[in-house]
Design a protein around this ligand. Structure first.
Ligand SMILES: NC(=O)c1ccc[n+]([C@@H]2O[C@H](COP(=O)([O-])OP(=O)(O)OC[C@H]3O[C@@H](n4cnc5c(N)ncnc54)[C@H](OP(=O)(O)O)[C@@H]3O)[C@@H](O)[C@H]2O)c1
Length: 228
């Protein structure tokens, strides 16, 4: 049985990853900030015949990551999916930048995935894939408008993963970042064109086919390349 560790699994894209991997027979370690309140995730776990377990994790907090690592010591993960993320403050720019919100967004979207890679790279085995859900909004080639807080956080996590991809390749780990599409979630909004099911089906297919030649790539959910 293959194992996957997923952050931000309480709702949205993360919870859909849990649903699909469990339906496919994977052992899923689903992490969220407040397991007691994650009703739909708990329902998935209850229906999964012990395939899905739910674990507390706040990626903002190094102590929380360390506690998860201690709880899961001895486990091995084929795939780690850094999915947890926040949009941060909107309307940020010249004259109204919210620096506290920017710092908080960097902590979640950049330091969080780094903390997880740091904690769990040694426990990647089997398929050995480190996946981070970034965004096309982090593409400098596509920079426009405002949203400096969110865009800069995703550009930064892209750079973090591109840097790690060299070091991790020496351990046979394939490191990639994904744009999930504009997806119907609390973050993406109800009018977004892509359903969570289609986004995650696409990404799971691409993840399944990743080879060492894909190390360090920035991919759309359909597998096409995204410009840095
Ligand atoms: N939806 C889109 O159109 C879109 C487009 C491009 C990229 N993305 C990226 O895709 C990922 C998932 O987004 P989504 O649309 O599913 O968003 P969402 O519906 O807002 O869900 C975000 C998830 O991240 C979790 N989270 C936030 N901060 C966390 C923290 N400090 N520690 C642990 N978990 C935390 C949330 O947990 P709580 O329930 O506890 O808040 C929730 O489970 C994000 O990285 C996002 O930037 C989304």
């Amino acid at each position: 049985m293959s194992n996957v560790l997923i952050t931000g699994a309480s709702r949205g894209i993360g919870r859909e990853f849990v649903r699909q991997y469990a339906a496919d027979g994977w052992r899923v370690f689903a992490c969220c900030r407040n397991p007691a309140a994650a009703e739909e995730l708990n329902a998935l776990a209850a229906a999964s015949a012990d395939c899905v377990t739910v674990h507390p994790l706040d990626v903002d907090d190094g102590g929380s990551v360390a506690a998860l690592q201690a709880a899961l010591a001895g486990e091995s993960f084929d795939v780690l999916i850094n999915n947890a993320g926040i949009i941060g403050a909107r309307g940020d720019g010249l004259g109204d930048m919210n620096y506290d919100a920017w710092a908080a967004t960097m902590n979640t979207n950049v330091f969080g995935p780094m903390r997880m890679a740091d904690a769990f790279a040694a426990q990647l085995g089997g398929e050995k894939k480190l996946v981070t859900i970034s965004s096309r909004m982090g593409s400098i080639a596509n920079a426009k408008n405002r949203s400096i807080i969110y865009r800069s956080s995703k550009a930064a996590v892209n750079m973090v993963m591109a840097c790690l991809s060299g070091e991790l390749a020496a351990r046979d780990i394939v490191t990639t970042v994904f744009h999930p599409g504009h997806v119907q979630t609390d973050m993406g909004g109800a009018e977004a064109p892509v359903t969570p099911a289609d986004s995650v089906t696409g990404m799971r297919g691409v993840i399944a086919g990743l080879t060492p030649a894909d190390n360090g790539r920035f991919l759309n959910y359909d597998g096409s390349e995204i410009a840095w």
